[in-house]
Design a protein around this ligand. Structure first.
Ligand SMILES: [Zn+2]
Length: 228
C-alpha cells in the first residue's frame, strides 16, 4: 500500500521504546456493491460491539488494562515528581494505543465478515451516544464517546476501502423493540442483558436484539434511498 499509494513525506517516530511510521495513503474509490442484506452493529459499554449475527466483542482485556492504569495513576498522582509525571504520560499513551488496537481488530472483523457475505453494515448514528452515557462520570463519558467515535470511523473507512455499503440509523428504542415482531415495550427488557418479548415470546441477548433492530433499519433505509 505504501509503495503504490503513498502521498508526500512520511514521519518515522521513536516513542516509548517503539518505532512508528506515520504515512498518508491516498486510495482510489472502490465501487460500492448492492448488498444482499445488512449486518447490524450495536455499540455499548459492557460490550464494545455486538453484531446482529450474535457476535459479542466484550473488551475484557481493554477494561483490565484501563483498570490497572487507573490504579497506577492514582498512586503516581500523589507523588508530584517529574519522573512520576513522565511515567504517567507514557502509561496513558500506552493505554490509548491499546484501545485503538482493539478498535482496529473489531472493525476489521466486522467489515471482513460483511464483505465475505456480500452484506452492507448498519451502524447507529453516533450523535446520540453522549445522551446514552450521561449518567456516567464525566471523564468516562469523554472516554467512551471518544472510543465509540473511533470505532465508528474505523468501520467507515475500512468499509469504504472494500466497497462495503455503510448506513447510519436512528438507534431510538432499539433497547426495547422486538426484532422479530416489532413490539415496543419497556417490559421486553427484564434486566440489562436480557431481551424477552412480551408479545411474541422472542428471547435473545439484549444487545443482539438491538443489533438486529439496527440491521433491519439499515436495510429499510437503504431500500428507501436506492429505490429506482
Ligand atoms: Zn416480539
Amino acid at each position: 500500500m505504501l509503495s503504490e499509494h503513498r502521498k508526500g513525506e512520511s514521519d518515522l517516530i521513536h516513542r516509548d521504546g517503539m518505532w512508528f511510521l506515520h504515512a498518508t495513503c491516498d486510495l482510489p474509490d472502490v465501487e460500492v456493491v448492492n448488498p444482499v442484506a445488512f449486518v447490524g452493529v450495536d455499540l455499548g459499554i459492557a460490550n464494545i460491539a455486538t453484531t446482529s449475527d450474535g457476535v459479542l466483542y466484550v473488551g475484557k482485556t481493554l477494561r483490565a488494562v484501563r483498570h490497572r492504569h487507573r490504579e497506577l495513576r492514582r498512586r503516581l498522582q500523589t507523588k508530584k515528581t517529574k519522573s512520576a509525571k513522565r511515567l504517567l504520560k507514557r502509561r496513558s499513551r500506552k493505554e490509548s494505543r491499546f484501545a485503538t488496537d482493539t478498535n482496529h481488530v473489531i472493525s476489521n472483523r466486522i467489515v471482513t465478515e460483511a464483505k465475505r457475505t456480500g452484506r452492507g453494515i448498519s451502524l447507529e448514528d453516533l450523535s446520540g451516544i453522549r445522551e446514552r452515557v450521561r449518567l456516567r462520570k464525566p471523564q468516562r463519558v469523554t472516554l467512551h464517546s471518544w472510543n465509540f467515535h473511533q470505532l465508528g470511523s474505523f468501520i467507515a473507512y475500512k468499509a469504504a476501502r472494500l466497497g462495503v455499503p455503510l448506513v447510519h440509523v436512528d438507534p431510538a428504542c432499539t433497547s426495547r423493540e422486538c426484532s422479530t415482531c416489532g413490539h415496543v415495550d419497556i417490559k421486553n427488557r427484564p434486566d440489562q442483558a436480557t431481551f424477552s418479548c412480551t408479545s411474541c415470546g422472542f428471547a435473545e441477548h439484549a444487545d443482539v436484539n438491538a443489533a438486529r433492530d439496527i440491521a433491519s433499519r439499515g436495510a429499510m433505509g437503504w431500500a428507501v434511498s436506492h429505490a429506482a
